[in-house]
Every structure is written in structure tokens, then in C-alpha cells.
Design a protein around this ligand. Sequence first.
Ligand code: C5P
Length: 239
Amino acid sequence: MPASDKLIIALDVSEHDYAIDLVEKFKDYVGIFKVGFELFISSGPKIVEDINKKGKKVFLDLKFHDIPNTVSKAAVAATRLGVHMFNLHTSGGLEMMKRCRDSVVEVCLKENIDRPKILGVTILTSLSREVLRDELGIQHGLRTHVRHLSSLALKAGLDGVIASAKEAEIIRNHCGKGFLIVTPGIRPSWTPPDDQKRTVTPKEAIRAGADYLVIGRAILQQSDPLKAIELITLEVLSA
Ligand code: C5P
């Protein structure tokens, strides 16, 4: 896979036209564009259509977390929109994940749609071990919990998970080769961590076994974003 196909840019902006300008600017360097809450809520589903029209793939990052029926219906709607990937919280449980996958497979077969990749969010990269223990009441270690949630995603038939690259190795060992590992919380050595707690550099992420790197501020908030992409691509290649 070329280095550019491993990069997912997080379009964490609110204006449709600005997002499309960014897609135009970066489309030769990046395979997939991530549409999250901010952009989707302010621009609506048309943003997905317009990115697809530019020949680029969309990762719809709405992190579904609800009862199985509601999540399945949202997943079918996302599938019909033509997204390449979307995600849901693994902590929504096995039945939620399974029903979501089954509904997506069914609609794809019936309506002849390409099946999107379904990814399970494990533990947000902005959460630390302390938050997990003291606020969320999860007593075992962070890695153990990520491994557990990844196994659940695999059992439900999901295509992979979203996790910090700090946990990529343990996920790979546990869930096998074809299971996708998508890693946010990427920070090259020249950028601050911001609100992310479990960060790694692009090189470390690839070496740890990440399939895709989700990168937002380390590109978009640089004075020269194209230069930032170039440096990140070089790091990915050197890994
Ligand atoms: O700017 P930064 O590179 O930290 O952005 C990371 C992106 O990945 C954000 O859009 C964030 O919502 C998303 N994300 C994350 N952690 C997850 C899942 C998604 O940071 N577990």
C-alpha cells in the first residue's frame, strides 16, 4: 500500500466549502478523508457526497453508541451514503456490533452497494489509565481492556478497531493479520500533544502495526500543511 493510502486526514472544520478546499488541496497526498461530528453536523450528509465526487474516500467518524436497533439503522443510512468506513463504540456490546454488521451486509447485498469497513472504537486516545480507573470504574489495565474490546469487535465480525498505536501490537497479536488497526493520537516529534494522552509518532505507529494513521491538527494547524504531510509521508516510508 503506498504511504498516501495509509493517511487519513481528519477534516475537523465546520464549513462545507472550507472542507472541500482542503480535500482539493490534499487529495493527491492522502487516501481517505475523515468527517467527524463538527463537519457532519454543520454541513450535513452532502459533504460525504461531495468528497466522493472528488474521487476520494470518506471515513464517517460518528462513533455510534446506542441500542442495537438504532445503531443498525444509522449504519444502514451511512452505508447508503457511500462512506468507505464508519465506526461505532465497542462498549455498546456484542449484540449492537453484530446487528450493525448484519444490517450493513444485508443492505449491501440487496442494493448492490460496496460494503463499508466497520470499525470499533476501543478506548479514546484522549483517555488515560487513571481516567479509566478513577472515573469510569474499569479496574484492569488499559491494554487489557483494549485487548478485550478488540476481541469483542472481532467476534462481532467487524473489520477492525480504532485504538492508540500504543496498543497496536497487542491487538495484532490477539486479533490476527487481516484485522484493521486505525490509529488516531498521532503526533510527529515537532507537534504538541494537545488533548491527546496516548500519542505516538507516525514512524512508531507504522512500526507497531497500524494500518491507517488518522491525523488532524499535526497537519491542519501547521503554517505549511503540505510540508507537514510531506514530512509525515517520509516518516511512514522510513518505518
Ligand atoms: O487533531 P488530532 O490528530 O488529534 O485529531 C484526531 C482525530 O481523530 C479527531 O478527529 C478525533 O475525533 C479522532 N479520534 C480520536 N480518537 C479516537 C477516535 C477518533 O482522536 N479513538
